[in-house]
Ligand binder design. Structure first.
Ligand code: SF4
Length: 236
């Protein structure tokens, strides 16, 4: 049982760099076989032997396999680690996939979003530390506490949707009054996420509160599936 959280390897937080950083990773794995949690960020290129992302002189795909195979669990953070994200969008040359495309099987929790909401990562880890089990997830491995409801159903602009009050152009009267952004292409009605209630930056704001519609970034293959940002304008 994990009862204290140690962060032994993180490229942006750790003191070691270069070969020492890799040594920290290897030492951690050896000290805690099947007793550490791997948090993976970023798409994992498979094309051209994985040369599009190298870590310590090795293909990222090989490092991910090595680390996740020996992990108690893996948490895929962000849309790229979820299903390849932007590098996997149409036309991308890297052949990127998410963690499940490299490490099938095993305990995997996915936290898509672009960017990831760090509150959801913290909550997932604290859930495990508290209950010694991972939170309940949907069929894609997304925790229900964060991805169990539609953005649209939690949005503070929802009353304007119900009253037929919509922004129809960026900066117009409706936009300035905080009306619904559905006609500006907001993907909240099709997107499962807790952005309206959890928000970003210590609960400060989220995309719709800031005046831009939801882009559906927690949805599988959202770069292709949710494109055409303003597609609803002029549909009627
Ligand atoms: Fe729904 Fe988007 Fe309108 Fe909010 S702004 S009510 S999420 S369509």
């Amino acid at each position: 049982i994990l009862d204290v959280l140690y962060i032994d390897y993180d490229e942006t937080l750790m003191a070691p760099s270069g070969a020492d950083a890799e040594l920290s990773r290897i030492t951690t794995m050896e000290k805690h076989p099947n007793g550490y949690v791997a948090v993976v960020e970023g798409g994992i290129p498979l094309a051209d032997e994985g040369v599009h992302c190298m870590v310590g002189g090795r293909a990222f795909k090989d490092v991910v396999r090595e680390v996740c195979d020996g992990a108690l669990a893996t948490i895929a953070v962000g849309s790229c680690a979820f299903d390849g994200g932007l590098p996997a969008a149409a036309g991308g040359p890297t052949g990127a996939v998410g963690v499940s495309g490299v490490v099938p099987g095993g305990q995997l929790v996915s936290l898509p979003g672009c960017p990831l909401n760090v509150e959801n990562l913290t909550a997932t880890i604290v859930h495990y530390l508290t209950f010694n089990q991972w939170p309940a997830t949907d069929g894609r491995g997304r925790p229900l506490f964060a991805y169990g409801g539609l953005v649209h159903n939690q949005c503070e602009r929802r009353p304007h949707f119900e009253f037929g009050e919509f922004a129809a152009a960026w900066g117009d009267e409706g936009s300035q009054k905080g009306w619904c952004l559905y006609k500006m292409g907001c993907k909240g009605p099709e997107t499962a996420a807790n952005c309206p209630t959890t928000r970003y930056s210590d609960g400060t704001s989220w995309s719709v509160k800031a005046g831009h519609g939801c882009v559906g970034c927690t949805t599988p293959r959202f770069w292709d599936a949710m494109r055409s940002e303003e597609r609803r304008v002029g549909e009627e």
